[in-house]
Each structure stands twice: as C-alpha cells, then as structure tokens.
Design a protein around this ligand. Structure first.
Ligand code: NAP
Length: 548
C-alpha cells in the first residue's frame, strides 16, 4: 500500500471523489494505487453510502452476500465471513467499516461534507469543488461516486408540517433507531424498502397501516444462515466464481441461473414445475425461469400469474389478496425480495390501505387523510424511494465548459457516453452513471468494472501525458440511441418505474440504465483498446503530471 507516501494536505488534488459508499471507497483505493493525490468528500458522517443511510427495520441486501462484496483484494475476499445468504444492513455496514480500516481509507475522506457545486475552468483545466458548508478545493479530475439511489424522494403532501407524530423516510433512518413498539404506524410505499420494512414493523407496532398505490411483485428471499461449507467452496475459486457471474446479463444471481429456453417450448406442467422450483429456492429466479419473460408480454403473463397464485395461497382474506395482486408486467418495476411480506397481512393488526383508488390527500395533525378516510397514526414511515440515477448527480450544481449546466443539459433526460462521461464536462467521470448497466446489475460488480475502467483510463492519460479527456458529442448521440434501442426491445419501458424516472413528478421519462452487462463490458474494453475512441483527448498541457 502506498498511502504513507501520499500527502493529503492542501487544496489542490489530482482527483476528487464525491461519495464514500462502496464506489467511492474502491475508487479511492484505485487512484491511490496510481499514486494520485485524492480526496473524497462524503455528506454522511462515515463510510457506507446507501448502507450508512438506510437503517430502517428489516433493511438487508437483495443480492446474495457472497456476490455483494468487493473483489479487488483477494485477501479481503478470503478473510471476510458472511453470516447469512442475504446480509443485513448492520452487517454490510460493518463490512464497509472493515474495508475503510483495513485499507486506511478514512484519512483521505472528509466526512460531513456535502459537495454543492463543481465548476470547470477551461484556462487552467481544473475543477473547483465547493462544499455546501463553505470551502473549496481544486481538482484535475472529479469522479462522481454519489450513488444511484441516494437522493431520497419525500412526497410533497399538503399538511406535512401539521402532523403531530414522528415522520421518517426509510433512506434517512435515525442512527439511534426508532422505538415503534405498540405504536400506530403508517408505511407509505410498497417497493423494496416498504416490502422489507412491513413484516419487521408488524412485529413491533400496535397497529400497522400500509398505504399502497401500486401493488409490488415480491418473491421470497429464502434467506438462511450461510453454510460455512458453501462459502468455503466459493472462496476456493472466488476468481472463477466472479468471472462466471460477470457473464450474466445482471452480473449475478449465482444460485438461480437464467434458463435460456423459451417458455413457449414448455408444457404447462413443466412451466409450473420450473416456477415452483425457483420460488422454493428463493431469490429473483422466477424472472429468469425463461428467456422471454422480459421481452414477450404473453410469456411475462405466465410468470405474473404464477406469483398472483402464490399471493392468493398465502393471504387468507381474498379481498386483501386481490388488492395485493399486481396487474402490471412482472419485473418492469424492480422485483422485490421479501421475508414474510404477504404473510404479514394475515395478522389482525396489519391493514392494507388502497391509495390508488382513494389517494392520500394530506397529512393532518392526527395522521393521513385519503379521499375516503382518515387514519390516526403515531408514526409515518415514507418508503417512497429515490430520485434514481440522476438525483444525486444533479443535486450538485455541475458547470462544465463555458458554464454549461448539467441540470440544463439533462432537462430532457440524462445523456452520456457509456454512462461514464458527458460532452462539455472534461475530466468528469460518473461511476455507474445513467447509460450504463448499473442498477440492472449487482451494483458491486458494476462498481468494480467502472472503477477499474476509470483507473485504467487515468493511468493511460498519465502514461501518455494527456491533460484531459472528454466524451465527444457524436459518441453521446450514438450511445443514447443504443441504450434506448436495447430497452425498447424489452418490456422494461412499459410501466411507471424509477428506471424511467416516472416516480418523480415532472421528471422526463427516459429509460436510464442499459440492459446487458457482458456486452457493455466488451464495448468498454474495445473503447479503451482503441485509445478511448469516442472521447476527445487533449494534448499535454501539464508539467505537473500527478504522482509517480
Ligand atoms: P420504490 O421502489 O421507488 O418504491 C416507492 C414506493 O412508494 C412505491 O410503492 C410507490 O408507489 C410509493 N409512492 C411513492 N410516492 C407515493 C405517493 N405520493 N403516494 C403513495 N405512494 C407513493 O422505492 P424503494 O422501495 O425505496 O426502492 C428503490 C430501489 O432501491 C429498489 O428498487 C432497489 O433497487 C433499491 N433497494 C434495494 C433494497 C435491497 O437490496 N433489498 C432495499 C431497498 C431498496 P408507485 O409504485 O405507485 O409509484
């Protein structure tokens, strides 16, 4: 490790990284390896990103722990022992802290510092990085590692300030925890966060009201303690395991591989058996039961009906079961994984409130008023999601060449080249940005890929004494077209998902991530091998090439 050699004082850096979640930490490790002077700015009080903020009851990862982990260090990979198939938020946060300690990362990270503005100066080819609390530094390169699901979406209901009880958002949960025992709790939202929180809150609350606008498809996680033998078997060839997973479209789901067959070649009983087996294994495997589920509406309908059948089996009250049964394309909104979600509605103190037909009108001093009723509550939990993919990026006022504002450039939706660079914004990289597979994959794999691509790129620039790199306008146009073309061949754009930005009032509907991890990795490798084609590289304007 070279950290001892690196001077972190001063106000000018080779690289500034925004965010100290899993992306920011690995990026820091990589640029430090290159001998670059780096500083990370992190809004939170410690490392962990999403796992630092999302401490709501029941929070755990829906990617298996042996996959949702770093692969940059063989030693780390061997020494860390996961305890469950899906790790809880506290366990993942412990892991993040362990990584920060083990690789001595914290001394390069400035916590409690939200970056509010980034301004590029063409004359000096430097970015000014401004903090919301005041203070600024200069950087040659800025790497946005600010997360895809980190900008909380709190609905602007009338009367928010009038509610006399407590209000929380799952993505901003108090660190000291919240005592819900015996209380009347309202949970608004039934995406992944709500689906995880409901069964656990049901254990504590005196009464639980779940305000559902759109019923979610959720599959049983099938969580269990990790068998040490199973973990050891993966560790015996972790490199091979990781390589195998990166060949999958979603870069993961080792236990339930996708079936390449068409559903139309299966008999009804074969189909049922395939779905049943995948349901029993737990995880998202039902979606991968056949190759055409996400591209053919009829095929999708079989999977959707299978899940609705399960809901009818589990939920005792047929009216509640019907209300919990989604009718949209399964997998169009991100599939949820749960532990006892549908079962929770069999408990007498758990009530499902349909706010699709009778929307929430306002908060009152006593609780939530819908179009037909008022619900008296002590606590309201908003599990209402995030301004995904662009929210955190655009919360920073980013000004590129000629004062070009990223917010203005992206008014009609995000436009990037490879999800890594944006024309008009030289030397600015986005880790798992819009236009890359990111949220459609195991994020740890996409982060690993982008960190290495950016790291290799910085090394190339260093070795070739190139001052600046900027995505070309032509490359951006072609890339955006490609991302849309790929999405349009599937059923993904057919519903109001956060992938499309449809959950945020006023946000332009554009399918933001790119489907298909392996093809994307190939493309990025070709771009790099061809001297970063599609990027404009500016000649040597520096005598102070950073590092060694
Ligand atoms: P989400 O999937 O966007 O779900 C938000 C929920 O809030 C939806 O049910 C939505 O209804 C509802 N909602 C939003 N505004 C509303 C309003 N004004 N009135 C009534 N209902 C409203 O958010 P999330 O559950 O936080 O999950 C976001 C993503 O984070 C997930 O898809 C996943 O990628 C990630 N995540 C992962 C995990 C995990 O690893 N286990 C856990 C949590 C989150 P509509 O559907 O009608 O808009």
């Amino acid at each position: 490790m070279k950290s001892e050699e690196v001077d972190v004082s001063g106000t000018e850096f080779d690289v500034v990284i925004v965010g100290a979640g899993f992306a920011g930490m690995q990026m820091l490790y990589r640029v430090r390896e290159l001998g670059l002077r780096a500083r990370v700015f992190e809004a939170g009080g410690d490392v962990g990103g999403t796992w630092y903020w999302n401490r709501y009851p029941g929070a755990r990862c829906d990617v298996e722990s042996v996959e949702y982990s770093y692969q940059f260090s063989p030693e780390l990979q061997q020494e860390w022992e996961w305890t469950e198939r899906y790790a809880t938020q506290p366990e993942i946060l412990r892991y993040a802290n362990h990584v920060a300690d083990r690789f001595d990362l914290r001394r390069h990270i400035q916590f409690d510092t939200r970056v509010s503005a980034l301004v590029y100066d063409e004359t000096s080819d430097r970015w000014t990085v401004r903090a919301a609390t005041g203070g600024e530094v200069l950087a040659r390169f800025v790497i946005m590692a600010s997360g895809c699901l980190s900008s909380a979406n709190l609905p602007g209901f009338a009367g928010m300030e009038t509610f006399a009880g407590e209000v929380y958002h799952t993505g901003r949960w108090p660190h000291e925890g919240v005592d819900l025992s015996g209380k009347r709790v309202g949970v608004v939202g039934t995406g992944s966060s709500g689906v995880q929180a409901v069964p656990v809150i049901a254990e504590q609350a005196g009464a639980l009201y779940v305000f559902q606008r759109t019923a979610a498809y959720t599959l049983p996680a099938g969580n269990h303690p990790l068998d040490p033998g199973e973990q050891a078997a993966i560790k015996a060839d972790y490199v091979g395991f990781r390589a195998q997973m990166s060949l999958r479209q979603s870069a993961g789901n080792w236990r339930v591989p996708p079936n390449p067959a068409s559903i139309f070649d299966a008999t009804p009983s074969e189909r049922e058996a395939e779905f049943e087996a995948r349901w029993a294994r737990g995880g998202p495997g039902v979606l991968g039961a056949y190759a055409d589920i996400m591209v053919d509406q009829e095929a999708n309908g079989f999977a959707a009906e299978f899940v609705r059948g399960k809901i009818r089996e589990i939920v005792k009250d047929p009216e509640v079961a019907a209300l919990l049964s989604p009718d949209q394309i399964i997998g169009c909104k991100r599939i949820c994984l749960d532990t006892g979600y549908y079962e929770a509605f069999n408990r007498p103190h758990v009530h499902l409130v349909d706010v699709a037909t009778a929307p929430i009108e306002r908060l009152t001093p006593r609780g939530i008023r819908t179009a037909v009723d008022e619900y008296e509550l002590d606590v309201i939990v908003f599990a209402t999601g995030f301004d995904a993919m662009t929210g955190a990026l655009l919360s920073v006022d980013i000004r590129g060449r000629g004062g070009l504002s990223l917010r203005e450039k992206w008014l009609s939706g995000p436009r990037t080249y490879l999800g890594l660079g944006v024309p008009g914004f030289p030397n600015l990289f986005t880790v798992t940005g819009p236009g890359s597979p990111s949220v459609l994959t195991n994020m740890m794999v996409s982060i690993h890929h982008h960190v290495n691509w950016i790291g290799d790129c910085l090394k190339y620039l260093q070795d070739h004494r190139i001052a600046s790199i900027e995505a070309s306008a032509d490359a951006e146009v072609a890339w955006v077209e490609h991302v849309n073309e790929v999405a349009d061949k599937t059923l993904y754009p057919s519903c109001n998902s956060w992938y499309l930005g449809a959950n945020i009032p006023g946000k332009t509907r554009v399918f933001m991530p790119l489907l298909g991890f392996p093809a994307y990795v190939q493309r990025c490798a070709t771009v790099a091998a061809n001297g970063y084609e599609g990027f404009d590289l500016a000649g040597d304007r520096r005598s102070d090439a950073g590092g060694n």
